[in-house]
Design a protein around this ligand. Structure first.
Ligand code: GUN
Length: 289
């Protein structure tokens, strides 16, 4: 088994971006990310800390707007509109999930596609549907997975790829990006009848469900590449909280050819890709590419 070291790859990406940000600052363009956070969801706070650190590591400016859970859809959309108009802002990120009283699609719809560094707007998702040529601002986690596969020279074309999970943030865009690269893609989800019958066929198995130990060794083909995108906080044997993915890592790793650890696999790549998208937006908004 070989470990796919997302943390290491992400550091390389951040180093390259730091140079690019310096170059932009010399041209009096200071890439800046605006982040909207509603409430105090512990997972969101943890993600936001990681994103803020990556901004400080690369030299990207960070501005955070905090709201309490009582905020309305209209108030958030109105904030997004003002950020759309602000020439100093190059990326707008609305941290998900939003509370139940907010209609998230309406808030995301308000984001100007050129500043949509999460790649969640219908415009950017629709473009991505066409081909790799139109993958401009793509969702960061799927983009991170593709970059990891490319970094480790894992062939995608013609391979049997099974994606477990069909969320709008990860599963659906990831399946689309793999299809753009000519994989044979199967998407499984909570209503799939016999999950193991699909996962066992996978040359590349990508799992983004959020259920610890969903994937056991018996469900994985010998030598498969396993990309674990799950993030679960569970109580370890010592009673302390720990972070695990969706795979039974100890046993799946013995059967897999390559596997991503959790933490230190896809997570840091998501953050690095967000930084890439922010730099990309800053360049495009200034007609530099
Ligand atoms: N919540 C969980 N993942 C993400 C993400 O990639 N972007 C945003 N904005 N919220 C999230």
């Amino acid at each position: 088994m070989n470990l796919i070291e997302g943390r290491k790859v992400s550091k390389e990406i951040l180093l390259k971006l730091k140079d690019q940000v310096s170059g932009l600052i010399n041209k009096h363009i200071h890439p800046k990310l605006a982040v909207i956070l509603v409430g105090q969801n512990p997972a969101s706070l943890s993600y936001i800390r990681q994103k803020q650190k990556a901004c400080s590591d690369t030299g990207i400016e960070w501005e955070q707007f905090d709201y309490d859970e009582e905020v309305t859809t209209e108030q958030l959309a109105s904030k997004v509109h003002s950020l759309n108009e602000d020439p100093d802002i190059h990326g707008i990120l609305v941290q998900l999930p939003l509370p139940k009283n907010v209609y998230a699609p309406e808030v995301l719809k308000a984001i100007e596609p050129k500043k949509d560094v999460d790649g969640f707007t219908a415009y950017n998702l629709g473009k991505m549907f066409l081909s790799t040529e139109f993958e401009h601002l793509t969702p960061c986690t799927p983009m991170g997975v593709i970059q990891l596969l490319e970094y480790y020279k894992v062939p995608i074309k013609g391979q049997e790829v099974v994606v477990v999970g069909h969320s709008n943030i990860v599963g659906k865009p990831l399946a689309t990006m793999l299809l753009n690269r000519d994989a044979t893609v199967t998407v499984c989800h909570v209503h799939t009848k016999d999950l193991a019958s699909h996962t066992k066929r996978a040359d590349i198995l990508c799992v983004a469900v959020g259920k610890a130990n969903l994937i056991t060794a018996e469900m994985v083909k010998e030598g498969a590449v396993v990309i674990d995108i799950g993030v679960n906080r569970i109580k370890g044997a010592d009673g302390k909280e720990k972070l695990v993915g969706d795979c039974d890592f100890e046993n799946v790793s013995k059967k897999a050819g390559m596997i991503t650890p959790v933490p230190g696999g896809v997570g840091p790549m998501t953050v690095a890709c967000l930084m890439e998208n922010t730099v990309k937006s800053a360049k495009r908004l200034n007609n530099l590419t």
